[in-house]
Design a protein around this ligand. Structure first.
Ligand code: IMP
Ligand code: MG
Length: 177
């Protein structure tokens, strides 16, 4: 299907249908794995907001949701390497089964920092669910417990992800051409 919006400079990488099918599978797996646990979903803002909103609707368990904001890209398509916290979680993670929900693991710098930070809050367990993983860009070993798709090292936009704050509203994932 041809996207209606911005079609002049975008190449669709993952269609809405592909995203939704995979998210349903991830939700089913998480539902299985977290039965009887104290699940806290921590959505990493801004990029993961759309993925997280869809994912939790496929998790058929009691859960709570918290939000953590981090920025490293500014308006660039390359990470600055300097992480800025824009919002902290507002609930206690102590004794909880924390599932970090991220949009994309690129170099792994952000997630390594987040895992260290959330671990310091003494959760019972901590796991990672990322919609995308760029294995070729990884600079450290990162275990992605629930991974939606492995992609190349190209910069992607849409489905919550931005280039200089644009394109977050697309229902699909695209590469800028
Ligand atoms: P990392 O620290 O290099 O792993 O980068 C992770 C963060 O950078 C993610 O949370 C995203 O917000 C952002 N990011 C990395 N690659 C992309 C991309 O292709 N499109 C949009 N954002 C990206
Ligand atoms: Mg992100």
């Amino acid at each position: 299907m041809k996207p209606k919006e911005y079609k002049e400079n975008l190449k669709v990488l993952l269609s809405e249908e592909m995203l939704q099918r995979r998210i349903q599978e991830l939700g089913a797996k998480i539902t299985q794995d977290y039965k009887g646990k104290k699940l806290v979903i921590v959505c990493i803002l801004k990029g993961a907001f759309m993925f997280c909103a869809d994912l939790i609707r496929h998790i058929y368990l009691p859960l709570s949701c918290d939000f953590f904001g981090v920025a490293s890209y500014g308006d660039s398509t390359k990470s600055s390497g300097i992480l800025q916290t824009t919002l902290d979680v507002s609930s206690s993670l102590e004794g909880k089964d924390v599932l970090i929900v991220e949009d994309v693991v690129d170099t792994g710098l952000t997630i390594e920092h987040l895992q260290r930070y959330f671990s310091s809050k003494n959760p019972k367990s901590i796991k990672l669910c990322s919609l995308l993983l760029k294995p070729k860009s990884l600079k450290q070993k990162i275990q992605v417990d629930y991974c939606g798709f492995e992609i190349g090292d190209e910069f992607v936009v849409g489905y919550g992800m931005d280039a200089a704050q644009h394109y977050r509203n697309l229902k699909y994932l695209a590469v800028l051409t």
